[in-house]
Write a protein that binds this ligand. Structure first.
Ligand code: ADP
Ligand code: MG
Ligand code: MG
Length: 250
């Protein structure tokens, strides 16, 4: 279980998060919505333990362990996976090689043996098929020249190989056409399980037609200003963020 209490965080001396409280239990999917610049990506980076993101007040704990002392690798080994809003391109590294390296890094951090090449090939073939990642994509350098949809599919493939217990998806829907959105959402939905928690960050409601959240939060100026059920997303779609943003300013 993830417990965030009164979290304040800054980047390069700029205060961005201003007191976030959030509890995510196993099996729950929480959506975080909010206008551009409200701090959604910052929250995902702080959770992932990205360099330069400093917690100045409050705490994050996961399964009872204080996360402020853990580095990004240790958090990944503990089961967290962050899908970035802007996936990085790695020229010269085939997607397949990247995936194997990521999986073995996680196994190493957990004190497990490396996966054998035949076992890895079998696993990656199985999962690629489900996500419509073609063998050709697996041979190409990671994300280089991939369409928006291909990048997101490669990312969800990585996520499904690592089998995280806490998934944070930052605007996984940005730049996707409707077919790509469906494939990615199906991949994410297949990963839903009673042991796995998900935080789905999005600016738009449409992703939440496919990945139906248990809880929806509205983030504004680094704070959660409203929490509700999935119907809150529909209301935001209709009325925009103005109500909640004004409420907070008042
Ligand atoms: P969102 O993902 O909700 O669009 P971000 O978390 O990306 O919002 O950004 C929140 C605010 O923090 C914005 O005002 C943004 O300009 C600012 N910000 C983000 N990263 C930095 C940084 N490295 N240095 C200074 N300000 C930043
Ligand atoms: Mg943004
Ligand atoms: Mg963002």
């Amino acid at each position: 279980m993830l417990e965030i209490k009164n979290l304040h965080a800054e980047v390069d001396g700029n205060k961005i998060l201003r007191g976030i409280d959030l509890t995510v239990r196993p099996g729950e999917v929480h959506a975080i919505m909010g206008p551009n610049g409200s701090g959604k990506s910052t929250l995902s980076y702080v959770l992932a333990g990205k360099e330069d993101y400093e917690i100045t007040e409050g705490s994050i704990s996961y399964n009872g362990v204080d996360w402020s002392e853990l580095g990004a690798d240790e958090r990944a080994a503990a089961g967290m996976f962050l899908a970035f809003q802007y996936p990085i391109e790695i020229p010269g590294v085939a997607t397949m090689t990247f995936l194997k390296t990521a999986l073995n890094a996680q196994r190493k951090a957990r004190g497990e043996d490396e996966i054998s090449t035949p076992d890895f090939m079998k696993l990656v073939r199985e999962k690629s098929k489900e996500l419509k990642v073609t063998p050709d994509m697996l041979k190409r350098p990671l994300n280089v020249g991939f369409s928006g949809g291909e990048k997101k599919r490669a990312e969800i493939l990585q996520m499904s190989l690592l089998e995280p217990t806490l998934c944070v998806l930052d605007e996984t829907d940005s730049g996707l056409d409707i077919d790509a959105l469906r494939i990615v959402s199906e991949g994410v939905n297949q990963l839903r399980s009673p042991e796995r928690s998900m935080i789905v960050i999005t600016h738009y409601q449409r992703l939440l037609d496919h990945i139906v959240p248990d809880v929806v939060h509205v983030l504004s100026k680094g704070k959660i200003v409203k929490t509700g059920g999935k119907e809150l997303a529909l209301e935001l779609e209709k009325n925009g963020y103005a109500d909640y943003v004004d409420e907070e300013a008042a």
